[in-house]
Design a protein around this ligand. Sequence first.
Ligand code: DHE
Length: 497
Amino acid sequence: MRRMLLAPLLWIGAAHAGATVPSSDAAADLYQQHCQRCHGANRFGGTGPALLPESLSRIKPDEIRSVIQNGRPASQMTGYANVFSPAQIDALVDYLQQPPATPPTWNNDDIRGSHSILADISKLPDTPQHGADPLNLFVVVEAGDHHIDILDGDRFDVLARFASHFAVHGGPKFSPDGRFVYVASRDGWVSLYDLHNLKLIAEVRAGLNTRNLAVSKDGRWVLVGNYLPGNLVVLDARDLSLVKTIPAIGQDGTASRVSAVYTAPPRDSFIVALKDVKEVWELSSAGTPDFEPRRIQAEDVLDDFSFSPDYKQLLATSRKAKGGQVIDLDSGKVVTDIPLPGMPHLGSGTYWKRNGEWVFATPNISKGLISVIDFKTWKLIKEIPTLGPGFFMRSHVNSRYAWTDVFFGPDNDAIHLIDKQTLEIAHTLRPMPGKTAAHVEFTRDGRYLLLSVWATDGALIVYDSNTLKEIKRLPMNKPSGKYNVGNKIEFVEGTSH
Ligand code: DHE
């Protein structure tokens, strides 16, 4: 709406600007009018990535121009070709490659200075105070107004709602007993929330532009992966105090951003994907860890990855390579390439058993198809055409179907239910016609599932997973991800890890 109101004014500006090349000040003004809402006033990043020479250095100016003109398929970035004149776009491309007025730094003192303890855990009861099943709670991110809801997974009532930091992205992670949840926002804030007492415990800003976080197997450490500064930040999981920062620097000295961090419970380690150097890192979290990375050479840089069910291999994806690679964590070797033609939002793929064998399936964010891959042979079993590219796919061991969205295009209100054995689309639902339907998560027993209608006047819809009947509809403001405590702490089949 905001953009539509401004557009006519900009057309006048564009015609005017056509004669002369806009100055750097004019580009800075355009940035503040149109870009800062997502990319941050200082260009340090927000919902969108940081737009700084450091983060853009590997991208050619023509590519930056094309993204401003046409948008970016795998993200929320839309095209501005009808808003800016070509000269204005050129000026913006140039502006974004210049250092910002305020240099982007975030050091250990900044992290410590941002840390606050909001409640004294030692004075809080250590049993659930809400009467609901603590392992069947849901943490629901309401992206529209930056809030988080805690939902009773049996009655589907909201038990608590609190403000999050700007643009929570990626799955919140839990302590092994399910009492604490750790939430990261794109602007670097990490929050610690007590699900027994429904209280915020602590917060810290671990970076300027954060990718995601992981919690160690024993629940002692939180590892945060940052784009800006390109580093890993180790926090004490009890209160989010800073333990250590580890710059993401490749063996040859090249500085990198961190794409993603995950915990690998059977290995008692963290696995780290690096975005600018061809390395995967493993950091042991066993005993008293020193957090020194073991470096594994990859064939390409990694945007993200999924684990095989036994956590021995990574299915890694790279936007540049337009495909995937399988990396064996024990041998530290790349095993093979895998056909993933449409840039999956990989952490959101899922796996299940078909004819007794594990299969992996993922939507692709730039192609309307689901890739189904055999975990043993790494061969493509099937590409299932869908009504459009999607972000997420979820299932449960007790569900016949894997649910997957059509996030992009005219059919973004559709949800496909893929039969896990026949690999055919068994049903297509349209929960709220005309509004994006996306991201489901099952209750702990798999009997029900919660689906997001991703709109300002959206909703969280509860379905019976067998009859597919709607059980309840809770109005919500752009509900995005939702996470079941029991499913997450048990790392169950069908959900994200
Ligand atoms: Fe995500 C998870 C990366 C765009 C919503 N997304 C993740 C994770 C990664 C990732 C690495 C896993 C983190 C974890 O769970 O610990 N996402 C990326 C991208 O690289 C990409 C394509 C571009 C970018 O903007 O960074 C991207 N993601 C989006 C969106 O545009 C979405 C739809 C809206 C938003 O919030 O920005 C989006 N991503 C999500 C959600 C999850 C997620 C809801 C958690 C899924 C889950 O079930 O665990």
